[in-house]
Write a protein that binds this ligand. Sequence first.
Ligand code: ZN
Length: 365
Amino acid sequence: MATGWVWHERFGWHDTGTAGGFLRGEFIQPLQHVESPESKARFASLVEVSGIAKALKRIEIMQATEEDILRVHTSEHLEKMKALSTDIRGGDMGDGVSPFGFAGVDLARLAAGGTMSVLRAVVEKEVDNAYALVRPPGHHARPETGMGFCMFANVAIAIAYGRAKLGLGRVAVVDWDVHHGNGTEACFEEDPDVLTISLHQDGNFPPHTGKVADRGTGAGKGAAINIPLPAGSGEGAYLHAFERVVLPAIERFKPDVIMVASGFDSSNADPLGRMMLVSNSYAKMTRRLMDLADSLCGGRLVISHEGGYSPFYVPFCGLAVVETLSGVKTGVQDPYQEYWKDLPGQTLQENQKALVAQVAEACGL
Ligand code: ZN
């Protein structure tokens, strides 16, 4: 079998306009909004020019239907996005910093559909595992609103589709984006059959969510795990969190499939994060999840792209993950490896270890 791959030219057409970072102000000369096509399109380019595209199985994208969207989102949110999408000036996803252009709802439905499509391909054994490079991202979108550059909750919509149409039972989601996967968590906060684990920079975005004590509600109590790592965490902290919390929590949960909300804004080069992961760190986390998926759920690992705002570094992080998933080595070297291999603070620090211990204790691990 093979590794599935999704990318569509139209993901580059999602138009976020101009901003200073993600804000507008009378004293900042406008430049491209930080959530632009640059990092994702370059990741797709590197998959092509490295030659690895030939070894991947391109998965045909189905567009998410309204029924698919409504398994997760309110009809008010969907109708609002549809109405704004008919305006030639576009609209905003819900929080004032997440603009989209004309027909934006169709691109967001394509992004959710891209994630649904790779999940289907893996569940139906068309491929072993898969990466969906989609845009706009999804992990901040809540049932009733978009936020944080996310219109619809791509991963949550895929899970709901998988459970409704593919006979999927329990799903574990690991979110290594530097920001809290608040939307995915909110979509399943009362659901005991979806385990959401978010590793993120404490207090980054959204500023007040994703705390250790946030564990889900009602019947879903315990099925949400938050690992709010201190700013400056590097590979040592992430791998320690994996060994101490992420892997044992998934092992205990026994999912039918493992999904990843893959943001490369936890890298050392990101303008919206203050973490220090390098491309090989993502390869290592992928390898660990592959091994776990092999032992728990027939190797079923499905990755959907989220954030990552460094146009020059995201491509190398992405390629490292795709090489690991497929077992194909392209020989392309991460050119930054040489400069960042001895970064101070990459090893596990005491404050990071203490935070992970706190999470482990809260989870009974
Ligand atoms: Zn992010």
